[in-house]
Design a protein around this ligand. Sequence first.
Ligand code: GLP
Length: 256
Amino acid sequence: MFIVFPDTDHVAQYVSTLFIQRISQQPDVILGLATGGTMEPIYAQWVKQALARNIDVSQVSTFNLDEYVGLPAQHPQSYAAYMEHHLLRHLAFDRSRIHIPDGLAHDLPAYCQAYSDTIRDHGGIAMQLLGVGSNGHIGFNEPGTPFDSQCHVVELSERTRIDNSRFFGPNEIVPASAITMGMRDIMDAHEIILVATGSSKAATIAKYYEHEVSPLVPFTILKQHPKAHIILDAAAAALVPSNVCQFYDTVPAAML
Ligand code: GLP
């Protein structure tokens, strides 16, 4: 079942509420976080709600999914800068609990292994936020990535580099590779919230519905997860039959 809201505002309100509630239930929760255009309204709502409800985030630990290789954290297009801009600087996080892969790490294989190990040492991710690339990638796990992969360095596909070039200036080059949590790291999360919005994601969501579980469409792996939820706006749900959608006009009152 896809959970479908009329528009991105409702999706953002719903998803941010899920995360705020999770933090309220367990202040030292371990969260997996994502970047991308889809997440911008979600983080904006998250910040708004956390401030309005005086939510204490000081004990929350976070692990980001991915980062471009070669970009320093200060680079405006790095995912570290993205997180700073959209979430971290607005709330009183304890920075020692914030984990974002280091795009400048020297020994990348050792660094990646340590990133996966650190997630496990923390007891695993309780709630993982995910977007999806137009080719079905999650994190930066491109089509063909083995399902048992841990954190690793990936060569980005042409499709992904073109998709993500919209965030870079006209004379800037999208990095060719990235560090990403592996498929296994993601699937080990206790609960997964995948979000897709806008008509540009409709064909991608249709692939999830039509395809068997396959590494060629990475996010189909979520069909094997006991607690994975796919949250869409109406535009992203446009190409799947309505009998596999649960429609909400508004965020259920019980959640607010
Ligand atoms: C990037 C990120 C993914 C994200 C995807 C979709 O490639 N590595 O984690 O899900 O973009 O991004 P957007 O939300 O901008 O469509």
